[in-house]
Design a protein around this ligand. Structure first.
Ligand SMILES: Nc1ncnc2c1ncn2[C@@H]1O[C@H](COP(=O)(O)OP(=O)(O)OP(=O)(O)O)[C@@H](O)[C@H]1O
Ligand SMILES: [Mg+2]
Length: 252
């Protein structure tokens, strides 16, 4: 039995001109599980995802993916290894169709790693984009111009864009940001479906959603990992309770 975790984070710190955004983070991740990363604004959650997706390099520490050290690997290679992400702010091409949005992402991935034989390239790319849209429930809107989708649909499209590289690890930064209860329910159902086949880490502020959806919760505070446990353990953790006491998003 292999004991190598999908992702191992070893003593990762990140400083911006002396400001400590992350400090000594260590954790391992793997399996078809949903792990939530929570913490107050500015805690370092997005910075953590930026490090895990290769967008920024840690000041110290290492990122191991299936045992390989990715710490110095360029960001564009992360998708090749099997790590993809969505962003806190919606990041799509508004003027392109839904299907084109996913295809452009697949194209960027493909041009560096020519994994399909030439004559089948376009067909394979189209099929991959269609499969990603099916997975997020947007296939019926594949020819719509992206800017005309609802906010919730645009967030789902971003996930389809991330899925086209068929990631083993999917990082979702506030996938329900700006959503009402109905759109949030749809997104939770989507994340549950996606978690059946991959490891998911998500940053979220909506506490009820986190507790219902996650197998595990990490709590960041001032760049430090102050708790790592099941939702029940996190709810009864006195330091976590103290941090969240009186915070408006804590009860959402
Ligand atoms: N590129 C950067 N340069 C300088 N400081 C940065 C940079 N990125 C993040 N920071 C700082 O690091 C801290 C953590 O930011 P981060 O975006 O990771 O927080 P967060 O937990 O995602 O917060 P939020 O819940 O508001 O999204 C903040 O104080 C932020 O200003
Ligand atoms: Mg953030």
């Amino acid at each position: 039995m292999s004991t190598t975790p999908l992702l191992a984070v070893e003593n990762v710190s990140k400083r911006f001109n002396g400001f400590v955004a992350l400090e000594g983070i260590s954790a391992t991740f793997g399996g078809n599980r949903v792990t939530a990363v929570i913490g107050p604004n500015g805690a370092g959650k997005s910075t953590f995802f930026n490090v895990l997706s290769g967008a920024i390099r840690p000041s110290t520490g290492r990122i191991l993916f299936e045992g390989r050290d990715l710490t110095a690997v360029p960001q564009h290679e992360f998708a090749h290894y099997g790590i993809a992400r969505s962003y806190q702010i919606t990041t799509i091409f508004p003027q392109l169709s839904v299907h084109e949005n996913v295809r452009v992402s697949g194209q960027a991935f493909r041009s560096r790693y020519n994994i399909w034989c030439n004559r089948d390239l376009d067909r394979a790319l189209i099929d991959k984009a269609d499969a990603a849209l099916l997975a997020v429930g947007l296939h019926g809107k594949r020819d719509r111009i992206a800017k005309f989708l609802s906010h919730g649909e645009q967030r789902a499209l971003e996930i389809a864009i991330a899925l086209v590289a068929d990631p083993k690890l999917l990082l979702l930064d506030e996938p329900t940001a700006g959503m009402g209860p109905e759109e949030t329910r749809d997104m939770v159902a989507l994340i549950e479906r996606l978690a059946a086949a991959r490891t998911i880490l998500l940053v979220e502020h909506k506490m009820k959603m986190i507790l219902g959806l996650s197998d595990r919760v990490l709590v960041l505070h001032h760049g430090r990992l102050i708790a790592d446990g099941t939702p029940a353990e996190i709810q009864s953790d006195s330091e976590v309770r103290r941090i969240y006491l009186g915070q408006s998003h804590g009860a959402a």
